[in-house]
Design a protein. Sequence first.
Length: 147
Amino acid sequence: MNSANVNSQIAISLRNYREQCGYSQKQVADSLGIDRSTYSYYEIGKTTPSISTIMRIANLFNIDCTQLLPSEDKQKSLHDINLPELQLFDLDKREINLILNYRMLPEEEQEKLLNILDQFSKNTDPSVTRTLEMRICENSVDKNDEK
């Protein structure tokens, strides 16, 4: 398979998955921390994303990264793959960004966040709520310190 075919197949996959997930190019690009034009180049096959970028995109689309890569023996069509059931059309911009950011987290961090949110939603005691809010802020500060 020549590189033009590889680029073309990756480009087609990127666009199809993005559209099926209900994301705009800008939302995906913002989530990846790249320019929209860079992501657009991926979708038209002008450039090919790095392996690490492909992995991040696959995580965002909630698919295995191999789904984005071309394969001679690929038997599944896009419609056979279990894409997220969540429809983003009814969400506001903050909710969409929350989901995009969540999907970019490593699985371990996703679990931590879900546990915190679960605890938060179950407690109505103001002191417990305040403690959970402080934990969220501490985690946010820790993440910013790592950057």
